[in-house]
Design a protein. Structure first.
Length: 287
């Protein structure tokens, strides 16, 4: 498939209600926050994991849509499989650069997440090089500071007979954000798609679909109610771009409505989009 010819930027707005969108293991799995401003944070790794999970769910078994970064096998075994599939020698030190490029090309053709996000694949005896992916995502950040709350819960099932001796139940905690609206910004580079991974128009449409639906098959008691609210895409005519990304991102302004002190729903916000685009840029509201 032919690689994309246009550069893109995008903004995704999503919210959480009574849930933990991204726990911080350095803080007892409390919701991640900026310690200086108390704005909520969802990492790029978290967002890309949800995109990978959706693609794997809807494309499982289809050629070209495997997912490299998951827990099924070690990465080095997957790199070795790429060498074997291309008929290259495995397990030898000092790889021929042409062999590495051939294996890297195989990985890009067969793994969606490498075509999209890139990967560091230079480990083990069968390295596949380093791929810079055309799709990159910033940390999502809440529009307003979020309130982290620890909810005390009762656990009905004890794990050991010894603990059963002190009673049938025990207390636990659950960390939530009562409400938060988050904004994530991302980029799609046509030049990297053309020169490196071959990220195609079909891949791009799958990416948009995955972003729109990435919370729909990821529900859990811990994450509460999470919804994608808006996906705004800026399409450039020129593969190198027609305007700086920050100018386009500034076209979308999100503020609390007048009289709202503590936002507790998406309806408490106004999303204002300046549709006067720079020449060569098209605004597309996917959601």
């Amino acid at each position: 498939m032919e690689a994309i010819k246009n550069r893109y930027e995008f903004i995704a707005l999503f919210d959480v209600e009574n849930g933990n969108p991204n726990g911080d293991p350095d803080a007892g799995n409390m919701p991640r926050v900026d310690p200086e401003t108390a704005h909520g944070i969802v990492t790029d790794v978290c967002i890309k994991r949800k995109i990978r999970n959706y693609v794997e769910l809807c494309k499982e078994g289809e050629a070209g849509y495997n997912i490299l970064i998951k827990t099924d096998k070690s990465l080095n075994s997957k790199f070795k499989a790429a060498y074997e599939a291309e008929g290259l020698a495995t397990g030898q030190k000092g790889k021929n650069p042409d062999d590495v490029r051939t294996a890297r090309s195989y990985i890009c053709r067969n793994y969606f997440d490498v075509r999209a996000f890139g990967a560091v694949m230079n480990t083990g005896d069968d390295p596949c090089g380093i791929v810079r992916g055309p799709v990159q995502v910033n940390f999502a950040r809440s529009i307003d500071p979020v309130y982290q709350q620890d909810i005390t819960i009762t656990r009905q099932a004890r794990t050991t007979e010894e603990r059963m001796g002190t009673g049938e139940t025990e207390m636990g905690k659950k960390s939530i954000v009562p409400y938060g609206l988050y904004k994530a910004e991302g980029y799609v580079s046509a030049m990297l798609a053309q020169k490196v991974t071959g990220f195609s128009e079909d891949d791009l449409e799958l990416l948009w679909t995955a972003i729109i639906n990435m919370f729909e098959h990821d529900h859990s008691a811990a994450r509460g109610k999470m919804c994608m609210r808006k996906l705004i895409v800026f399409k450039h005519e020129n593969p190198l771009g027609n305007a700086p990304s920050h100018i386009l991102f500034d076209k979308v302004v999100v503020n609390k409505k007048a009289g709202v002190e503590f936002a507790r729903s998406y309806d408490d916000y106004d999303v204002v989009i300046d549709k006067n685009m720079p020449e060569g840029v098209t605004l597309i509201e996917k959601l």
